[in-house]
Ligand binder design. Structure first.
Ligand SMILES: [Fe+2]
Length: 345
């Protein structure tokens, strides 16, 4: 009898301990978010650290340079992903096209993010914008001579222009915006003109183009705004400061449709088990506090129009952005790639 009593006591104790363990784990997992990210750790950390501090949410982050959509597809219902963070519209639309994300219904987001920067089917949202500007040698080019992106096809710039390869998503998105505005025929003629003005075969990344301005190989280049800040304030690689110093920034099409922009953005994984918590995080990312981090740390522009521009990105002044719905860029991406192949960009 005594033995039975102690056995029962042992059993009750065991159940109690197990239930504590179970609920403890449940509570822990309810406050965890799994992010699949194309954004680099250094650019994502300022946000997750701040959010962790404020809301006691633990982040597990998988960083990748490519293949996240394929991974999500393979994982299917077993995927642990809650949130996907990407740069470039083509990657956001790829997630939607492959049916890997769920709809985001949020008044906060609708309030904070302008309509042209959200997916019409609510499958993704933009979190920041970046401008793909024209950079020119401040010694060899008068920056007032170039007003529009169309000017780069002018034969007077023969042998002066350098870019990275055309099929890079940044250039493809720029060309897709021209297709969306001016049609395929005019976009093709522009791309042909641009290519015939090249000083060299497209190569290198955006910063390599500024380096070529500094060395005198090129006079006019295409580049994303944040690279200027990354060069200009680069204390680890001070030689890059010289590349930025040799280059002037031109925001183009200011008298018309506005400067072409691209976005970084986010989506909720289709099989997220924490989608409520995930939406809360995306909502927070669109609020002024987080939006300021985009300009001050990442040198990108906030999507929330209520947030004033601040920090080092202000050095180049403000500009009128092209308000073309960002999804139209994704829609014209294939046509743009065909043109790139055709003209040999
Ligand atoms: Fe980049």
């Amino acid at each position: 009898m005594k033995k039975l009593k102690s056995l029962v006591f042992y059993f009750i104790n065991l159940m109690f301990c197990l239930s504590i363990l179970f609920f403890g784990l449940q509570r822990a997992s309810a406050k965890e978010l799994n992010i699949y990210s194309y954004r680099s750790p250094a650019l994502l950390e300022p946000f997750t650290k701040q959010y962790e501090k404020e809301f006691n949410v633990k982040f597990n982050i998988l960083h990748a340079k490519k293949g996240l959509a394929q991974r999500l597809k393979l994982e299917g219902k077993n995927s642990p992903a809650d949130i996907i963070l990407t740069v470039d519209i083509s990657r956001l639309s790829e997630l939607a096209d492959m049916d890997l994300v769920k709809q985001i219904d949020s008044k906060v987001i609708n309030n904070n993010v302008p309509k042209h920067l959200r997916d019409i089917n609510k499958k993704w949202i933009s979190l920041s914008t970046r401008a793909r500007i024209i950079g020119v040698s401040n010694k060899r080019v008068n920056k007032n001579d170039i007003r529009n992106i169309e000017d780069l096809a002018n034969p007077k710039y023969k042998g002066k222009i350098c870019t990275r390869i055309g099929s890079h998503s940044y250039n493809r998105a720029l060309l897709a915006s021209i297709v969306a505005h001016s049609g395929e025929r005019k976009a093709t003629a522009w791309a042909e003109g641009l290519v015939s003005n090249f000083a060299r075969t497209p190569k290198g990344n955006d910063r390599a183009q500024a380096k070529a301005i500094f060395s005198g190989e090129c006079d006019i280049v295409l580049m994303n705004t944040y690279y200027f800040a990354l060069m200009k304030f680069n204390n680890k690689k001070p030689e890059q400061k010289k590349w930025a110093k040799a280059t002037d920034v031109i925001f183009y099409n200011q008298g018309g449709r506005g400067q072409h922009i691209n976005v970084s953005g986010g989506a909720i994984a289709k099989y997220s088990k924490n989608s409520e918590e995930a939406i809360k995080f995306l909502e927070w990312m669109t609020e002024p506090k987080a939006q300021k981090i985009y300009s001050e740390v990442n040198f990108e522009y906030p999507v929330n129009p209520k947030v004033n521009l601040s920090g080092k990105i202000m050095e180049w002044g403000t500009f009128k952005a092209d308000n073309l719905p960002i999804s139209k860029i994704a829609k014209n991406s294939k046509k743009a790639q065909m043109i790139i192949d055709k003209v040999g960009w």
